[in-house]
Design a protein around this ligand. Structure first.
Ligand SMILES: *Cc1c(COP(=O)(O)O)cnc(C)c1O
Length: 336
């Protein structure tokens, strides 16, 4: 197993819960829908980035870093969780956010601001933001710090190992409950999560299909498949396993980004948030999991899944963003 050979911190509360969504399954016509609760990883507001950070921050500490820098959109869950995880292990943190500084901080920004330095770069071009982050790291170095840069989403091979482990964790849970999942469905943002799951599934020659619902309009399906399979293959080679994983091994659908694009709540996404909250008392977020669930529900309606499917929706978190888009929910109420 990976943790024996590669440094890993213990940051998450594991295993995260795994359970059936009874009322949602019934609503959707009887195929079985389960949820793996990675919203409950137990640090910050919880979410998928914690599992990745267990590996990435171990590497930062190993390299004697004094400060970590990372980047994301203005409401990045990844940035907030990096700041919280850095706090837990005693590292300073700088978050370089893509977009304009708002007149008043909201959502994840409020939490990030509690424990890290926020730098807003007023552009929509992530390349420019990455350059600004590199420059900031240089400044910190000159000031005597040892900076460590975590790429967007911690979607590097090392980070993906967190989801290699999560796949194995899920298998143990499913086995002990005598459930054989047929699919894992999740929101795709920067690919590390799906890559880790795909890496483990490939190694085990598993029949479980992993389906990403893309929420990022800036990427084409082909780029997504290439990026994800590349991370997956490299994650396996970190474990000393050489297996071919190509773009054709990655399943992603593109139709649920929504009218406004990445980071903008969509009508279908908010409806999915409402459906799951009103049937299960579980909250999804408007940027990732709401759109991921909108994709799952729509694909079920379209007959994409066989009636005897046992689908696991991976709840990847996103709670910090829920309160950052109050106007979207108002608009939704008015439509009733
Ligand atoms: C980052 C994120 C994702 C996407 O994970 P990737 O590994 O970047 O694809 C999904 N859901 C939430 C809530 C996230 O914060």
């Amino acid at each position: 197993m990976s943790s024996k050979t590669i440094g890993k911190l213990s940051l998450a509360q594991l295993p995260t819960p795994f359970h059936k969504l009874n009322r949602l399954s019934e609503l959707m016509g009887g195929l079985e829908i389960y949820m793996k609760r990675d919203d409950m990883t137990g640090l910050g507001l919880g979410g998928n980035k914690i599992r990745k950070l267990e590996y990435v921050l171990a590497d930062a500490i190993n390299k004697k870093a004094s400060v970590v820098l990372t980047t994301g959109g203005v409401q990045s869950n990844h940035c907030m969780l990096t700041a919280m995880a850095a706090s837990k292990v005693g590292l300073k943190c700088v978050l370089v956010l893509r977009g304009q500084r708002p007149p008043r901080l909201t959502g994840n920004q409020i939490l990030g601001n509690l424990v890290s330095e926020l730098v807003f770069i007023d552009t929509s071009d992530q390349k420019k933001v990455n350059e600004a982050m590199e420059a900031k790291a240089q400044d910190l170095k000159i000031a005597g710090e040892t900076p460590y840069i975590i790429p967007i989403g911690a979607s590097v091979p090392l980070g993906a190992l967190g989801y290699y482990d999560a796949f194995n964790e899920l298998l143990v849970q499913a086995q002990s409950e005598k459930i054989e999942p047929t699919h894992i469905v999740l929101a795709w943002g920067s690919g590390g999560t799906q890559a880790g799951l795909a890496a483990a599934a490939t190694e085990l020659n598993s029949n479980i299909k992993i389906l990403g619902i893309n929420v990022d309009d800036k990427e084409t399906v082909q780029t997504i498949k290439e990026q994800t399979s590349d991370i997956a293959a490299k994650a396996l080679s970190l474990l000393g396993i050489q297996l071919k994983i190509g773009p054709e091994d990655i399943n992603v659908v593109q139709d649920y980004v929504g009218e406004g694009g990445y980071g903008k709540p969509s009508k279908a996404g908010l409806e999915a948030v409402k459906t799951v909250a009103s049937h299960e008392g579980i909250v999804l977020d408007p940027v990732y999991t709401g759109k991921g669930m909108a994709g799952l529900l729509d694909l079920i309606k379209q007959g994409y899944f066989a009636q005897d499917s046992k689908i696991v929706f991976l709840h990847t978190g996103g709670y910090g963003a829920i309160f950052a888009y109050p106007d979207s929910y108002v608009a939704m109420g008015e439509e009733k």
